[in-house]
Design a protein around this ligand. Structure first.
Ligand code: HEM
Length: 537
């Protein structure tokens, strides 16, 4: 939800003009009735037209965190025409996501949903109802159940080994001065995020589409670079605070140019998805009666032909579904591992302990396999600690109340946008000792947080949300993130480029639907295992 500086000044002009023009009328027409009829949670007084948008900065979770300190853990805001409620404590998170789960299960419909996901045709923007339930069931049955995930362990193993191979090649090239090295004094400086994107993209691509589509020379309509840009753009546009969503009469002006960008990104996605869909349809036609569905796209296309389906699936729904899952499966885990590596490079003691655990459990003559993860408790604690301080979606993703609800002594009217600030909860000194310190030890069995998991049952740690709408990809993410991280640490010795002190490493964030590092992490990777282990799958 970022307001770019130029857009912000344009917004200021529009808003000032609008406010001046409409002030008198609006003040008369202001929804006093809402305030009178409902006992809303406390919050700052909204301005006409803009509501409290003037209080929300470049990083909304931080602005909202500051406001919550003043107005309390259950707070009312107004974004343009829409009422907003924010929960910033364990108790309010429980109210929204467990006690009243069904009342807050919808999502607001936005321009991004309309333009970038086939008119909200996938899972993410879908209102609660038969179609959404059918989609979630399908995900569980075809992709994310334990049996299916286990059967695809070899796919994840191969792609992680390929990532280690590619990183080794990039590090060697950088060390030899052949590519974007520099700053490492002849050492191997690598841009980690690119590798993290690709490993996640390849895994989700093989799971959904049966093969890797985004590889050079594959005939795909998008190159790896274009696709990475497309995913970044998609996540930015779907998280951005688009003022036109909040002040509907501004939407025809498209004040920030976001809608134009959404249409452009949608076109590129569509070209890619049509290519994949056509390829799948050709095999179906070729194989006729012998056709067997091999991947999620096949399953969806078969369902699209099924006249008995509870809610019909159309071609655009197939594409929207795949798009939501490809986006969800690529960016989130990459962002998490990049934050984990940033924290480890800032905390050499933690890095040393993680390395010691890997050396002891895995040894020096193999890479880490998925089945090793349960034997690496410190690694698991690092993942939890990373997601506590750097939840990928700090405000979860916006929910919408379907009915009037009384919660925590206040009223929350139907149609209110609801956020849970997990970023605040992760920093709450009433919940966490020394909350600003990166201390995985707090999650090790026997310590106070030893029993806290991140699967939506413990409201102090909710990176995947909780309740019926929580992340369906959690099982995959909890396999990918520790597996990638463990192999990065086991296969390479890492340090910051020469001249960058640990305490100087920037930890600035940028905001979209996920919150990645503002500046991609660059670090020196030195191989430390026998050469044959870098040969790839
Ligand atoms: C570290 C990794 C991940 C994190 C932290 C994460 C987090 C989240 C969160 C917070 C939500 C919103 C939940 C809510 O509204 O309460 C969500 C929704 C979603 N996630 Fe994830 N996610 C991750 C990985 C994945 C993966 C790997 C996939 C798919 C392959 C995925 C697919 C989705 C989808 C489709 C939704 C929308 C579900 C719906 O609205 O019904 N996510 N995720």
């Amino acid at each position: 939800m970022e307001l770019a500086p130029s857009s912000a000044s344009f917004l200021a002009v529009v808003v000032a003009a609008a406010a001046a023009l409409f002030l008198a009328t609006i003040l008369r027409l202001r929804p006093r009735s809402t305030r009178n009829k409902y006992r809303l949670p406390p919050g700052p007084r909204p301005w006409p037209v803009i509501g409290n948008l003037n209080l929300i900065g470049r990083l909304p979770h931080r602005s909202i965190h500051e406001l919550s300190k003043r107005y309390g853990p259950l707070m009312s805001l107004r974004f343009g025409s829409f009422p907003v409620v924010v929960g910033s404590s364990v108790d309010t998170a429980r109210l929204f996501l467990r006690t009243h789960d069904l009342a807050f299960i919808d999502r607001p419909q936005t321009a991004a949903g309309k333009y970038t996901t086939y008119n909200c045709g996938g899972l993410f923007y879908q209102p609660y109802g038969a179609y959404w339930r059918q989609g979630r069931k399908l995900c569980q049955a075809e992709l994310f159940n334990e049996r299916r995930l286990t059967s695809l362990e070899h796919v994840r193993g191969e792609e992680v080994r390929a990532m280690v191979r590619d990183l080794h090649a990039a590090a060697s090239a950088a060390a030899a001065g052949c590519s974007g090295g520099g700053g490492g004094g002849g050492r191997a400086v690598v841009a980690l995020k690119e590798h993290l994107y690709m490993v996640n993209l390849h895994v989700i691509s093989r799971m959904l589409l049966g093969k890797k589509y985004i590889v050079d020379g594959s005939g795909s309509p998008a190159t790896p670079e274009e696709f990475r840009w497309l995913i970044d753009e998609h996540f930015f546009l779907n998280g951005v605070l688009n003022v036109a969503d909040m002040i509907p009469w501004l939407s025809c002006l498209d004040p920030h140019g976001y809608i134009k960008r959404m249409k452009r990104s949608a076109k590129m996605w569509d070209r890619f998805l049509e290519h994949v869909l056509d390829e799948h349809n050709r095999r179906r036609r070729r194989e006729g009666k012998d056709f067997v569905a091999m991947d999620m796209m096949d399953v969806l296309l078969e369902l699209a032909d099924d006249p008995n389906l509870e809610v019909p699936i159309k071609r655009d729904n197939v594409k929207a579904f795949i798009l939501d899952l490809m986006g969800g499966g690529t960016d989130t885990s990459a962002v998490t591992v990049e934050w984990a590596m940033s924290e480890l490079l800032r905390n050499p003691d933690v890095l040393a302990k993680a390395t010691e655990e890997l050396d002891r459990v895995i040894g020096q003559d193999r890479l880490v396999a998925e089945r090793d993860i349960p034997n690496l408790p410190y690694m698991e604690a690092i993942v939890k600690e990373t997601l506590r301080l750097h939840p990928v979606a700090p405000l979860l993703t916006p929910r919408l109340s379907r009915e009037d609800v009384s919660a925590g002594g206040y009223d929350i009217p139907a149609g209110t946008r609801v956020f849970v600030n997990t970023w605040s909860i992760g920093r709450d000194p009433a919940v966490w000792e020394a909350p600003m310190e990166f201390r995985p030890e707090r999650f090790v069995v026997g310590s106070r947080g030893g029993g806290v998991d991140l699967k939506g049952q413990h409201f102090e740690l909710l990176p995947f949300g909780s309740g019926r709408r929580m992340c369906p990809g959690m099982g995959l993410a909890l396999r990918m993130v520790p597996m990638i991280l463990a192999n990065l640490l086991h296969a390479f010795a890492w340090r910051l480029p020469d001249g960058v002190a640990a305490e100087e490493l920037s930890m600035e964030e940028t905001f979209g639907i996920t919150v990645p590092r503002l500046v991609p992490l660059e670090a020196i990777a030195e191989p430390k295992l026998p050469a044959r282990l870098y040969a790839g799958p």
